[in-house]
Each structure stands twice: as structure tokens, then as C-alpha cells.
Design a protein around this ligand. Structure first.
Ligand SMILES: Cc1cc2nc3c(=O)[nH]c(=O)nc-3n(C[C@H](O)[C@H](O)[C@H](O)COP(=O)(O)O)c2cc1C
Length: 207
């Protein structure tokens, strides 16, 4: 758990691939995550193929990590499997509603976090892409997700870059009296949804 105190989001990657066996091991170990009624209301789509990553990139505002990481994982709230299960038992599923979506989204995101903890503990780098919340429909189309399977989180997964030793330790100085940041919204803004991508591709966050 020492890893949790040291972890950082990683946006630049080594060229190493991640083996299918290792990835499957991490995904399986993460299944110890608690879930609603032990139903595991999530599915994960693994994208390794360059063409698929290229097609996913615009939904993530072309953040470079999508195409540079060997593996992109899309975590989905999945009420479809329990719906099929109910149908097979001649039951009335009733999972096509907001409550079921929230339950499934909680399962998927908790699972995602456990996966990230395990991956980082094993020395991999991850970056959570909240852009999934902005463009879920485009992701649904690209990945051809079936009904009742909704993407709620994406991570890029990769080996850490080989940094020169002198750059391995980096201390950030944070002012003890942070100044409030003023954000001016355009007058046409409704205030309901941010119109700008908070992670434009040109933003350089290097540590
Ligand atoms: C909901 C959510 C959405 C995020 N979306 C992005 C994203 O789209 N692009 C990105 O580079 N980082 C994204 N991040 C990572 C955060 O920027 C990062 O965790 C934060 O700056 C703290 O840095 P650290 O993880 O290195 O401690 C997201 C994190 C969360 C929890």
C-alpha cells in the first residue's frame, strides 16, 4: 500500500507492450472489488489495435495518451448481462432505469480503481480519462457497445518511461496560501455543462 502514497498519473510511456497474460491476471485480481449484490455490473473493453485507438482518440479530445499507450481500457456500466440472466429465468429484469445505471456505474468505477491500484503496484502507469463522460455516445458507436452497456471511465495503461535517474525524484512546490482561481464563463453559457475540455491536448503536465 506504500504505492498509494507515491503514485502519480502517468501520461508518457515506454514503448514496451503489456502481455495478454499479465493484463488478464490484473483484470482477474481486480474482481475482488465489492459490487452491488455481488452482480459485478461492469464490462471492460480492451483496445490494443492502433486503428481502434485512432478511432477512439477524438472522443477523448485527442489526448495523446490514447494512441501512445499500448493498452486502452474502457470501463462500462453493464446492466445487460443481468437483464439477459433475468430473461433466461423468465423474470422481469427492470434494469433499464437510472437507479440501475448508477449501481452499475459505481461497480464499474470501483472496479476500475482497484485495477489501477493493482497495475500501479506492479509498476505500470495509468491515466484516467474523464473525457468518457463527455462523449459516451461516440465511444458506444466506436466500440459497437450493445444496449445497456454504457462507458463510464477509460484508462490508458503502459510501462513507465525510462527517465534519467536525476529526473526520477521530483518535488513540487505548492504555495501554502493558494489564491482562488477565477473562471469566467461565456455569457451564452447555461452553466449546466462545461463547454471546454479541461484537458486540451496541448496542455503539458510534466512531473
Ligand atoms: C474523473 C477524472 C477525470 C480525469 N480526466 C483526465 C483526463 O481526461 N486527462 C488527463 O490527463 N487526466 C485526467 N485525470 C487525471 C487527473 O488529472 C489527475 O488524477 C490529477 O491531476 C491528480 O494527479 P495525480 O493522479 O498524478 O495525483 C482525471 C481524473 C479523474 C479522477
Amino acid at each position: 500500500m506504500n504505492n498509494l502514497k507515491q503514485r502519480r498519473t502517468i501520461r508518457k510511456y515506454s514503448s514496451e507492450d503489456i502481455s495478454e497474460t499479465f493484463l488478464t491476471q490484473l483484470l482477474t485480481e481486480a474482481e475482488r472489488t465489492p459490487t452491488m449484490g455481488n452482480l459485478q455490473l461492469y464490462s471492460v473493453v480492451i483496445s490494443r489495435n492502433s486503428e481502434m485507438k485512432r478511432r477512439l482518440a477524438p472522443a477523448h479530445f485527442n489526448q495523446p495518451m490514447v494512441e501512445s499507450a499500448p493498452v486502452v481500457l474502457t470501463f462500462c456500466a453493464d446492466s445487460r448481462r443481468t437483464t439477459l440472466w433475468a430473461h433466461q429465468r423468465k423474470g422481469n429484469p427492470g434494469y433499464n432505469n437510472f437507479l440501475s445505471f448508477v449501481n452499475a456505474a459505481a461497480d464499474a468505477l470501483l472496479y476500475c480503481q482497484t485495477f489501477c491500484n493493482l497495475a500501479e503496484e506492479k509498476g505500470l502507469g495509468t491515466c484516467f480519462l474523464g473525457t468518457t463522460f463527455y462523449n459516451p455516445l461516440s465511444i458506444v458507436e466506436t466500440l459497437a457497445l450493445p444496449r445497456l452497456v454504457m462507458p463510464v471511465g477509460t484508462i490508458t495503461l503502459a510501462g513507465l518511461p525510462n527517465l534519467p535517474t536525476s529526473l526520477n525524484v521530483c518535488r513540487l512546490k505548492v504555495s501554502s496560501t493558494p489564491k482562488p482561481i477565477a473562471i469566467t464563463l461565456p455569457s451564452s453559457s447555461t452553466g449546466s455543462m462545461p463547454k471546454r475540455n479541461p484537458y486540451p491536448p496541448t496542455a503539458s503536465l510534466s512531473r
